[in-house]
Design a binder for this molecule. Sequence first.
Ligand code: GLV
Ligand code: MN
Ligand code: MN
Length: 434
Amino acid sequence: MPAAQLTDLRVDADRLVRRIEELGAIGGLEGGGCARLALTDEDRLGRDLVGTWMEDLGLDVHIDAIGNVVGTLAGREDGAPVMTGSHIDTVATGGLYDGNLGVLAGLEVLETLARAGVTTRRPMAVGYFTDEEGARFAPDMLGSLVYVGGLTVEDAYDVVGVDGAVLGEELDRIGYRGATPCPGRTPFAFVELHIEQGPVLEDAAIGIGVVTGVQGISWQEVRVTGRSSHAGTTPMHLRRDAGYVAMRLGTFVRELAGELGEPQVGTVGRLDLRPDLVNVVAASATMTVDLRNVSEAVLEEAEWRFAACCDELAAAEHCTIERTALARFAPVDFDPRVVDLVEATARRLGNTTLRMPSGAGHDAQMMARVCPTAMVFVPSVGGISHNVEEFTEPADLEAGANVLLQTLLHLAETEADDWAEADHQATESPWAAS
Ligand code: GLV
Ligand code: MN
Ligand code: MN
């Protein structure tokens, strides 16, 4: 197919929306969302469905040792594929779009090409990575971290989940410990489509977010140990109250974010008091702290200020505090050539665009360690995500999927050594001469 016709190719938005709904019905929740925590039975059913769609399309499908699944459409030449994808695991209060859009839009791109009889120069691959959410097994982006060699499979197998399950055993139990070795094959480039999960695009009435990078992420589990005692008889100054310390730490995280100013964010998402009784001073408190910033220096400041606050409160209340790092990823800048390409492609297709960093973690931030990478965002209604009400308008899903299609097509056709030089001007074809 000549280049001019390739630039006219568009995805089938109805098929994409149908698949998002069909996948979202697995682990479906009241209110419209779904729960497919990593390596649960629901995750297995979701994997099986997406695997069927990949096989039906005739992709060459491989499952690797950590359960990442990659389907490849052959190119005219062998060599590193242009890759897209995301994740299909969700948080326990998940929506239908987080991650799932990136995988199903990638599948839709490959199906569009296959149905049009297009064989690109480079192979094209779509994958889904194990345990992006980290809601059951920390860290988040675990599968893509293993894919790029940032964590060994052996260490990943030993991770214990919040429910006490062992990751390697769960992978075996659901039948997704595959034969393909990790680290995985390095792609020519990686582009991920994702919902924004925040309110910026909607607020600015912009159609496509051109993602310039991902902010740094610091997750800690904090365990405070005090002594349980009678709530009525123990004078306040003789208590070793782990609950009080945890709640002070919680308010400190909030105030710290305010003092450091935007874009610093801080969240205590879990808090577990023991023995959790109305008339007993808490003997222990276990909580999580999520700190994020686009600046590594400010993120480090947030971490040391939080650590100092722990020391101070532990001494004052005669408690002990143990802090365990659950995840720590520095901020990531995407490849400017791919960022430019996404922007030019989105504009050529008639979209308004905004360059923005990502507040959420994504598999693309791991892939950026090994190959030129960028992301495409589409608006989230009300900026809501990790919530059953998560929603993106079908027209926005379609626009994002078409930007993904045309960006991947460009990357799959361009000369390996001159793709950075390609003409990315908004109204011009982004095709390299061929
Ligand atoms: C992953 O979704 C994260 O950003 O927490
Ligand atoms: Mn996601
Ligand atoms: Mn998520």
